[in-house]
Structure formats: C-alpha cells, structure tokens
Design a protein. Structure first.
Length: 313
C-alpha cells in the first residue's frame, strides 16, 4: 500500500472504513481474503509489553465510558487493536517512561476516530485529569510512528469482520433474522467487554469471533447450538484448541454462563459450547493452526464464494 501524504491522512479521511467489512472492494472469495489479511493483523503482545498494554487499555476504557464525552465503542475497540498490533511489532516507545502508554493510547484513539469518521475527539478534554498532557504536535508525531509500525495498514481485520461469515455459513436453518441479529448483538457486546483482557490478544480474530458467537448462541438459542458448534468446528481454519482456550478466557472475563468444559459435560448440552471432544471429533482438520499457509489454501478450496454459498458446515 502506498503511504499517504500527511494532509491526505489527517484531513481527507481517505481511510474511513467499516469494521465489519474492512475491504473497499469485496473480493470473489471474501473469507479467503480475510484469512490472507488476518495473518498481518493478529497481534501477539509479549510479556514485556503487557504492562504498557494494560495501561493503554485502562485509559481507552476510561475514555470510552466517560459520561460527558464517551467515545463510540467501535472507536475504542479499533484503538486498542492498533495498540496491540503496534506492540506486537516489538515497538516499546520510550521504554520505562511512565507517560508512554498514555501517549500511545491517545494517538491510537485519534487514528481510530479518523478511520471511523466520527467527530474529532477533544484531546485536551480526555487528558483533563491526567498527570501528563500532550499537545497536538506530539500526538500527530506519535500517530505517524504508530502507522509506520503498522506499515500504514490501518484497515485492521478484527473479530467483527468474521461475524457475518460465521452466521451466514455456519448457523443452521431456519435463519430467523431477529434471532441472528440477537446472537450477533450479544457477540459484539462480548467482544467489546473481553478485549481489554491482555490474554485476548493471543488469539486470531477468526477464533475470537467464533468464541463470541458460540457463547452468544449458548445464551440465546440453545436449540440451534449443537449444529452451530459442529459447523464452526468443521471450518478448516478453526483451531479447536485455540477456540477452547479463547472461550475460557472470554468466560472468565465476561462471566458468560455455559461456556466452558468439564468432565461431566455432554456434547448435546449448552454446557459443552467449547468442549474438547466435540470439536475434535467434528473435524480432524480443525486442529490446524489458524493463519498457516496450508489453512489459507484449504479455506480457499472449501470456503469459496460469498458466505451464503460457503461449503463450511
């Protein structure tokens, strides 16, 4: 991708996009395109960077819930995604400086607001109670540092981009629109609530999306859950072990009922939303690692075309 000029980026908002549809021109193979991009957008925050991540996440969460100037949840979600991607590049700006996580968080919030094309965030206001204050020039410089580390790939592939695919390709009929909307809405809520937990950054966007949808389906539509489980597990790019681990983290963070594993669980009940045996028996291919070249190749073969035409599940 060509690097935009500063004026084009800051004033033109040329990179505004929909988090659920991160590509400007939908490809003939949307799920394959997402998987290709996922490899570049699945951050892994090191232990050394986890403290910086926690501080940045804390600030972003505070701004999101500010009663007087609350930031849109999807802006906050995208901002923390930028933090994760930045830190996963081994970038620890101004290491051991107590103000570094705050500057990183503010800069990522500024970029996310521009990408989502929302009203400009008042940087002075969100810093009003902070020990350190940053002027517009400093924030602008840090934005360029962040974007440079991301190779100007500001169109992040997040779990939100996979929700439509899983619901269309894997949710069993009858697909009542109201039911699908309820499952999706609950899954989005779980994603927003779980993201600040640093362990969530260990999982690829597709696995996080599948975990959230399974948890939501377990709460909203128990009758459809076993078929949805099996269809998700049958997708060749879903790693069953990572799915189980992600579900456990999400359950711990969000207090989701019915997401977990236990020796007495039955594969036919909602208690086994992320059960070991059920997923492994559903498809031996589901144990592959998400994002590998083999997975992407298989996904292209088995998940061709729009989600409604996918053979997954």
């Amino acid at each position: 991708m060509d690097m935009p000029g500063e004026d084009e980026y800051v004033y033109g908002y040329e990179y505004e996009f929909d988090l659920e549809n991160p590509f400007t021109s939908p490809a003939d193979e949307p799920i394959a395109s997402l998987l290709d991009a996922e490899a570049h957008h699945a951050p892994s925050v090191s232990a050394a960077a986890s403290a910086v991540r926690r501080d940045a996440a804390r600030f972003i969460s505070k701004v999101r819930y500010d009663g007087e100037l609350a930031v849109h949840p999807r802006v906050a979600y995208l901002a923390l995604n930028y933090v994760d991607r930045f830190l996963s590049k081994g970038q620890l700006p101004f290491e051991r400086k107590p103000w570094a996580p705050r500057l990183l968080a503010i800069s990522c919030l500024s970029i996310a607001a521009k990408m989502q094309r929302v009203d400009a965030i008042s940087m002075d206001y969100i810093q009003r109670d902070e020990e350190f204050m940053f002027d517009a020039v400093t924030i602008r410089r840090m934005e360029r540092v962040v974007l440079g580390a991301l190779e100007w790939r500001a169109r992040s592939v997040t779990p939100l981009a996979f929700l439509g695919f899983f619901l269309s390709a894997c949710f069993p009929p009858p697909r009542h629109p109201a039911l699908l909307d309820a499952v999706k809405e609950r899954a989005v809520d779980l994603l927003l609530r779980a993201q600040p937990e640093v362990k969530m950054a260990e999982f690829s966007p597709s696995v996080v999306a599948a975990s959230a949808l399974l948890a939501a389906a377990g709460e909203i539509t128990v009758a459809h859950l076993p078929a949805f489980q099996a269809a998700v597990a049958a997708c060749p790019f879903v790693n069953s072990e990572k799915l189980r681990e992600c579900g456990e983290v999400m359950a711990a963070v969000c207090g989701v009922v019915g997401v977990g594993v236990g020796p007495a669980a039955s594969a036919e009940t909602p208690v086994t939303v992320l059960g070991h045996g059920h997923y492994r028996s559903a498809s031996s291919e589901s144990d592959r690692t998400v994002g590998s070249a083999a997975n992407v190749a298989d996904a292209k073969k088995r998940c061709m075309g729009p989600p409604s035409q996918s053979q997954c599940g």
